[in-house]
Ligand binder design. Sequence first.
Ligand code: ZN
Length: 182
Amino acid sequence: MAVRPIITDPGAPEVRAKAKRVSRIDETIRTILDDMVDTMRAAPGVGLAAPQIGIPLRLIVIEYEGRLFRLVNPEISKATGSETDEEGCLSVPNWQGPVTRATSLIVKGRDRDGREVRVKVEDWLARIFQHECDHLDGTLFVDRVVDRSALHWVDPNEDAGDAAEGKRRRRRAAAIAVAPGE
Ligand code: ZN
């Protein structure tokens, strides 16, 4: 278990490449998934895709409202509904913008043990899944913002909003926690 460095350059080839499907879920894959969870929690964030730590494989982790997902080869189907809300990304630090996403979807894939998984997710959790699956195709939220001029910089010391991958309260708590040592 280890925290790995997150690529914070939205133009980096690693975050722009299409990730490859995982053919076999072995110890190496399980270690990457575990490290991704550590890295996501340390950021802190609510989701992370393998390309964000420089690994070109279709792996995502999500933790939201007490539910932890570690998915291999995730695929979205039956996406319905539409909602526009502010989104952010650990690989595009301090930027946010409005993105339109489906509000309900089915996600299929395999879990850490190789078992088939099929989950129905809604609202903010559905947004996170769409954001993370986009990463596997080299797509970032900045490519999907409704209006480029609506992209805006957010002071990391102020309310960041409940944007995907970066949550307001956790981010503020982390900022407070590191302040005395700086
Ligand atoms: Zn992201």
